[in-house]
Design a protein around this ligand. Structure first.
Ligand code: NZQ
Ligand code: ZN
Length: 391
């Protein structure tokens, strides 16, 4: 919370086609890049919704190859398979149709043909990503922001690792954001996606030095999600609610809300990735149950003002003379909001009934993310305590 604006470089090169029927613009965007397309999608939602047929119809002048079955928490095995198809079939570009998992998997598939070793090396070391096939996306779930960012998160079941990789080569060329395609998203995924959008903001907003522009953007996105997640949860067919969530998801994770401020350490994501790596839970649900615990654990004289102003500006709670009162009320309001859209509260609610991986998870979280530089710096022992308190 200061008037300063830190130096930054910023570029999001992705072109966004937003709104009903915006997919009609896709063939013209893809045409300059060739004819041979790898179509990547998930477990079947796009077939049930009719989107698969629509894409095939629109792209009848292209030669389409397919990689179906990309899993939620996408596996490195799917990346390897996609990379193999791209090489063998001399694919010109990749079209990802689905949620964040399909998009993330497709990003590393695009990188794989330009690297001679195992694509897992690319996830572990982004400097090995030197070139990528052009990526086009059609988003079907508002959550991750993958449609508008350079990140991909890939899971390796053999090593119990879920790792995020960022590369400027991984921005999609064009993303089609038609909220109509999210009308079929279940209540559960709607809630989880909304928690994910909010968490992306929290990770950048709960920092020492945030400039006024960042704060305003962040608070506006949080208010938007709180308003429209509830509506979309209760009425999945509400286009306006879906449209607001979709645009919020894209802006929450592409850096625009953070530039000019101090970077965050992404504490909640660090811990959640460990939960998913070991227990394959839904990303947004893990974030939702961890967030209030982390906020309470880190509430101190340094953070109280930020948490209190969050409560005041986002939940319209009155600013008490004792900022701790307001901060605690804000955490309770957030918890109540999450509960109102059916999100879980504890690790046991998402099926994690043992503490035996806590030490390994805490160590690994601190290795993958700079948690020692967080708003409240955290050691592995403290991350373990957060896991205990989330149990
Ligand atoms: O596989 P299908 O059949 O498509 O079903 C999916 C899946 O079961 C379903 N779904 C998607 N769109 C639907 C739909 N069901 C009905 N109608 C639709 N329109 O929803 C389920 C979950 O899909 P998934 O893609 O896994 O969800 P999400 O978009 O939340 O992605 C989660 C993944 O993204 C990573 C997460 O860690 C997780 O692996 N993240 C990626 C980030 C990034 N690239 O910047 C940042 C995030 O923090 C996050 O870590
Ligand atoms: Zn996330």
């Amino acid at each position: 919370m200061h008037d300063q604006v830190f130096n930054f470089n910023y570029c999001t090169p992705t072109k966004v086609l937003f709104g009903k029927d915006s997919i009609k613009g896709l063939p013209a965007e893809m045409a300059p890049f060739g004819k041979r397309v790898l179509l990547v999608y998930g477990g079947g939602s796009i077939k049930r919704s009719g989107l698969y047929d629509e894409v095939k119809r629109l792209l009848q002048d292209f030669e389409i190859f397919e990689l179906p079955g990309v899993e939620p928490n996408p596996r490195i095995t799917s990346v390897r398979e996609g990379g193999r198809i791209c090489r063998e079939q001399h694919i010109d570009m990749v079209l990802a149709v689905g949620g964040g998992s399909v998009l993330d998997c497709s990003k590393v598939i695009c990188d794989a043909p330009f690297y001679d070793g195992d694509p897992w090396d690319l996830v572990l070391d982004s400097s090995k990503i030197t070139k990528a096939l052009p990526l086009f996306t059609v988003l079907t779930l508002a959550a991750t922001g993958s449609e508008y960012d350079p990140a991909a998160v890939i899971s390796n079941l053999e090593t119990n690792e879920k790792i995020g990789v960022l590369s400027p080569h991984n921005y999609p060329k064009v993303s089609v954001l038609d909220p109509t395609y999210t009308l079929t998203v279940s209540k559960r995924q709607t809630a989880a996606g909304s928690a994910d959008i909010m968490s992306h903001i929290f990770e950048q907003y709960f920092v020492d030095g945030s400039c006024m522009v960042s704060e305003g953007l962040s608070e506006s996105i949080l208010r938007t999600v709180i308003k429209f997640a509830k509506i979309a949860y209760e009425d999945g067919n509400n286009y306006t609610a879906r449209a607001n969530l979709m645009w919020a998801s894209s802006l929450a994770c592409n850096g625009i809300c953070q530039v000019g401020s101090e970077p965050g350490a992404w504490v909640c994501h660090a811990i959640e990735h460990e939960l998913s790596a070991y227990y394959d839970i839904t990303h947004g649900e893990g974030l939702a149950l961890l967030t209030p615990v982390i906020m309470r654990y880190t509430l101190n004289d340094k953070t109280v003002k930020r948490y209190a102003y969050f409560a005041h500006r986002v939940f319209d709670l009155p600013l008490n003379d004792d900022l701790y009162v307001t901060a605690r009320a804000g955490i309770e309001a957030l918890e109540a909001f999450f509960a109102s859209i059916g999100l879980p509260k504890t690790l046991r609610d998402v099926g994690i009934t043992s503490k035996d991986k806590f030490d390994a998870m805490a160590e690994h979280a601190c290795k993958c993310f700079p948690l020692h530089q967080a708003f409240v710096p955290l050691s592995p022992a403290q991350v373990r305590e957060i896991l205990e308190q989330s149990f």
